[in-house]
Design a protein around this ligand. Structure first.
Ligand code: FMN
Length: 223
């Protein structure tokens, strides 16, 4: 396996929704899981667990649930396509086409990683504010991102999905997830059908970063 630099991995990590069904060797699965364990979490509590679903019947069950959720989401998204400027419309159309493929084949991925979290073990410092709380997720998605980056290094396609969280009770039953654990993400993983990872399109630093206070442009330049 060719080594990939960290910056290149981050810069080419994109949603890969067309996955081959050939199996992923167990040692590769172990390596990407170990990368997930290296992630920082509040108080180093690691309040997450991940279920690596390889069993066909369970994958089929997850696939059926995902297909239902995707159909609703895609319909809503498609109804907004006409309002988008042409470039954005093309990009969204391509994303929806790839999403349709994933919707039809979610359960065919060789492995689906279902990330679970324990709300009682998380350091949720924004829990009492009068807005939605996001801090708890930071003890889960750091591990998820490490896993995605490790997939990139291994030449594995994957995509972070959250649609299955809408039907958590059914996922809980299917995978025997006990209370109080909840679900945070489901990541279908497999070797890519097409090119897999590649160029991404993101907003520039100038749009996302400020200097010292909100709204003051950050003027540093890349070397
Ligand atoms: C929190 C989160 C939830 C997401 N949920 C889904 C999902 O349910 N289904 C899906 O196909 N992609 C999902 N994605 C993938 C995003 O659509 C994708 O990362 C984004 O469009 C950028 O695409 P790119 O990485 O290919 O450039 C999710 C990504 C994030 C970060």
């Amino acid at each position: 396996m060719a080594e990939i630099g960290l910056y290149e991995a981050m810069h080419t990590l994109r949603a890969v929704r067309r996955l081959r069904s050939d199996p992923i060797p167990d040692e590769v699965l172990h390596r990407v899981l170990e990368a997930a364990t290296w992630a920082p979490t509040g108080g180093n509590r690691q309040p997450w667990r991940v279920i690596v679903v390889k069993d066909s019947a369970r994958k089929k069950g997850l696939g059926a649930l995902y297909a239902d959720r995707w159909a609703v989401f895609a319909k809503m998204y498609r109804s907004r396509l006409a309002d988008l400027p042409p470039t954005a419309r093309d990009k969204t159309q391509r994303m929806l086409d790839a999403g349709d493929h994933l919707g039809a084949h979610f359960g065919d991925a060789p492995a689906i990683f279902v990330f679970c979290f324990n709300p009682k073990e998380m350091a949720i410092t924004d829990a009492k504010l009068e807005r939605i709380s996001v801090v708890g997720g930071a003890s889960i998605y750091t591990a998820v991102e490490n896993l995605l980056l490790a997939c990139r290094a291994e030449g594995l396609g994957c995509v972070l999905t959250t649609l299955l969280c809408e039907c958590e009770p059914q996922v809980r039953e299917l995978l025997a997830i006990p209370e109080p654990w909840g679900t945070a993400a489901a990541i279908p993983m497999g070797y890519p059908v097409l090119r897999g990872h590649g160029p991404i399109s993101r907003r520039p630093v100038a749009e996302l970063a400020f200097a010292d206070s909100w709204g003051t442009p950050f003027t540093g330049h890349s070397s």
